[in-house]
Ligand binder design. Structure first.
Ligand SMILES: *[C@@H]1O[C@H](CO)[C@@H](O)[C@H](O)[C@H]1NC(C)=O
Ligand SMILES: *[C@@H]1O[C@H](CO)[C@@H](O)[C@H](O)[C@H]1NC(C)=O
Length: 192
């Protein structure tokens, strides 16, 4: 437990903490932590100046892989956010149409509530309810089709996000495994 251990901790801990900031990647993070701690155990068992050289070379590479992973993962989430924003833009006009139709109905009824003479009062509500029925039907059909459309779009967006994040997780695990294998070789004295 000396130079090597401290060095590995200094470089390694920052990496693991860094990885912890990526959301919903617990399995990948655990993978990195387990690999790192098993290497620390092994390396401290055979402490040598060469080990320090190996860690100096490979821990920055591992940090780099984590940075790239975080970047790629963030891009996936960005793509999701952008796609959802596009859906919002697409339905913005329908949204304001539905709101206007509903507001219309409210205003028709509230105008009637101020009518004093009962004959006019009921005629007013009769007229208002006819218009309200027309508006309500339009609100119903628009809302139904738009809500189905949004659900379909969200399914696609979610699918794309899963494919995107699965791909960057797989790349990270693959690249990290390769780098650990190289570090292992280096520690065993098979390469510098
Ligand atoms: C995500 O998007 C924001 C702005 O939309 C941008 O500032 C940020 O750099 C993007 N991040 C990635 C990882 O692409
Ligand atoms: C109800 O509608 C009829 C026909 O559109 C109209 O002649 C009448 O003035 C309306 N009544 C009220 C109280 O608005």
């Amino acid at each position: 437990m000396s130079n090597l251990f401290v060095l590995a901790l200094l470089i390694g801990i920052s990496k693991v903490c860094h990885a912890a900031s990526v959301p919903t990647t617990n399995n990948v993070q655990l993978f990195a932590e387990r690999r790192l701690s098993s290497f620390l155990l092994e390396a401290t068992a055979r402490n040598s100046p060469r080990n320090i050289v190996c860690f100096e070379e490979y821990l920055p590479k591992l940090n780099q892989l984590t940075d790239e992973y975080e970047q790629a993962y963030g891009s996936c989430l960005n793509a999701t956010a952008n796609s959802k924003q596009r859906v919002e833009s697409e339905v913005a006009k329908d949204r304001s149409n539905v709101e206007a139709l509903a507001e219309d109905v409210c205003q028709l009824y509230s105008k009637c509530s101020t009518v004093v003479a009962s004959a006019d009062f009921f005629e007013c509500y009769f007229n208002a309810s006819e218009q309200a029925a027309v508006n309500s039907y339009t609100i119903q059909t628009t809302s139904k089709s738009k809500s189905q459309y949004i659900q379909l779009r969200y399914q696609t967006i979610q699918y794309d996000e899963t494919v995107c994040t699965d791909t960057c997780k797989a790349t990270y695990v693959e690249e990290t495994t390769k780098t650990y294998a190289e570090l292992d070789k280096c520690l065993a004295g098979l390469s510098a």
